[in-house]
Design a protein around this ligand. Structure first.
Ligand code: SIN
Ligand code: CO
Length: 373
C-alpha cells in the first residue's frame, strides 16, 4: 500500500491540512483491507475495546455501547464502530504506518466502522482532523462548509447537527479513496453497499484540557504553594476595589507557574505520551532479567514498540523518554532509537547498564517486546 496525496505530502499539508476538506481518489494505491466485518465484530465482543452500534430507525437513532454478544440481522441502516483498533489488531500497522510522516503525538487512533446500506452516524462535526479511508464496499460521503448549524439531539451521544444542504464534497467513495476532513466541517456518510471505513484521527488538546491536566499534576505534586503577598500595603479609601496593581500581582502568581519551563516541558512530554484509549498492555511473563535483555540486544533480536503506545522525546532534551505518561532517563542515542521507529536498532543499549535497567523495566511492563526468532 502506498499513499498518494495531491501535491505529495508537503503539497497536501500546505494546501489542505487544517484548512479545507478534500477527497483523494485512489489516495491509497493497492489498498488492502487489514480486516473484514467478522474480525471487527470479534473485536466489538471484547470488553476492553470501545465499540458502538448505531441503528437508524426513521427519525430515531439508537446507540448501544459494547461489548456485544450479537449484532443486528437487518440488512439496512446500522453501523458498528470500533475505536483504537490499531491498539488491538496488529495487522492494522501497515495502514497506520502510511501516516508516519505525521508527528506521533498528534495521532489519536484508528477507528473502524462497518456499515450496511443506509448505515451511518448522521450529520455531525468532529473536533479532530480525520482521514477517512474507504475499504471494502461503497459509501456516499458529503462534507459541508464550516457554518453555524444547530446541534440536534435525537441521541445525546451522537452530537449530530441539523442537515446541511450545500456540500463542498459529495462523492461515492471506492476502496482506497481517502476523505480528509479538518475540525469543524460538517459531514455525513451513508453506506451504499456493506462498507468498511477506516478513520485515522488526530488529537489536538484544547487550552482547557492542558490547563486542567496541568492543574492535576500541580495538585498531585503539591507544586506552586507561593502565595499572594503585599508587605507594601497602604490604607484603602475604596475598600471594595481590587486595584490594577493587585490584579497585576495576582496575574504574576500565575505567570510564575507558566514560566516554570522545566515542569511544563516534562508535563507536555508526559501528557502527550499518555494513551487516550486503553492499550493491549501485557506485562512480560515471566519477567526478563537485565542480563537476558542484554543478551537479546547482542543477538540483535528485533525490539518492537507496543502498538498504539507513544514513546516521545522533547526537542533539545533528548535524554528523557516519555512513554504512556511516564518519564524515563536514558542515553540520548537510546531515546531516539526507541522513539523514532517501531523496530529500532537499540543494540547500543547493551553497553549501558543504566539504560539496560530502564529498558528491562519498559519491556517487563509490556511497552516494548522482543520478537525472538
Ligand atoms: C464512520 O465511519 O461512520 C464515522 C466516521 C466519522 O464521521 O468520523
Ligand atoms: Co466524523
Amino acid at each position: 500500500m502506498k499513499l498518494a496525496l495531491p501535491g505529495g505530502i508537503q503539497g497536501f499539508l500546505t494546501e489542505y491540512w487544517q484548512k479545507k476538506p478534500c477527497l483523494i481518489k485512489g489516495g491509497i494505491q493497492a489498498f488492502e483491507d487489514p480486516l473484514d466485518a467478522n474480525d471487527l465484530a470479534g473485536l466489538a465482543m471484547e470488553a476492553e475495546i470501545e465499540s458502538r452500534l448505531v441503528v437508524k430507525n426513521g427519525d430515531k437513532w439508537d446507540v448501544q455501547h459494547g461489548p456485544f454478544e450479537n449484532f443486528p440481522t437487518s440488512e439496512t441502516d446500522w453501523t458498528l464502530l470500533v475505536q483504537a483498533v490499531d491498539h488491538w489488531f496488529e495487522q492494522s500497522q501497515d495502514l497506520m504506518s502510511l501516516f508516519d510522516f505525521m508527528p506521533r503525538w498528534r495521532i489519536d487512533d484508528l477507528m473502524i466502522s462497518f456499515s450496511v446500506p443506509g448505515g451511518g452516524v448522521g450529520a455531525h462535526l468532529d473536533q479532530y482532523d480525520v482521514f477517512i479511508i474507504q475499504g471494502e464496499g461503497r459509501r456516499r460521503w458529503r462534507v459541508g462548509d464550516k457554518q453555524p448549524l444547530k446541534t440536534l439531539t435525537p441521541h445525546p451521544s451522537l452530537l449530530q447537527v441539523e442537515p446541511f444542504t450545500e456540500a463542498l464534497i459529495d462523492e461515492e467513495m471506492q476502496p482506497g479513496d481517502i476523505l480528509y476532513i479538518p475540525p469543524g466541517f460538517p459531514h455525513e456518510g451513508y453506506a451504499i453497499e456493506p462498507s468498511l471505513n477506516y478513520s485515522v484521527g488526530f488529537r489536538a488538546p484544547s487550552g482547557r484540557d492542558l490547563l486542567s491536566s496541568f492543574a492535576d499534576l500541580a495538585i498531585d505534586k503539591e507544586l506552586y504553594n507561593h502565595r499572594y503577598s503585599d508587605p507594601d500595603l497602604r490604607p484603602r479609601e475604596h475598600n471594595g476595589e481590587i486595584t490594577l496593581a493587585e490584579l497585576t500581582r495576582l496575574k504574576s502568581n500565575l505567570t510564575q507557574i507558566f514560566n516554570d519551563d522545566a515542569t511544563l516541558q516534562r508535563f507536555f512530554g508526559q501528557y502527550l505520551s499518555e494513551a487516550k484509549h486503553e492499550l493491549d498492555l501485557a506485562p512480560a511473563e515471566p519477567a526478563y532479567q537485565q542480563e537476558e535483555v542484554q543478551q537479546l540486544l547482542h543477538e540483535k533480536a528485533p525490539l518492537h514498540r507496543l502498538a498504539g503506545a507513544k514513546a516521545l522525546y522533547l526537542a533539545g532534551i533528548s535524554d528523557t523518554l516519555f512513554v504512556d505518561g511516564e518519564a524515563y532517563d536514558l542515553p540520548q542515542q537510546a531515546v531516539q532509537a526507541l522513539a523514532d521507529s517501531s523496530a529500532a536498532d537499540v543494540s547500543v543499549l547493551a553497553a549501558h547498564p543504566d539504560a539496560l535497567a530502564v529498558l528491562t523495566d519498559l519491556i517487563n511492563k509490556g511497552y516494548f517486546y522482543f520478537v525472538e526468532e
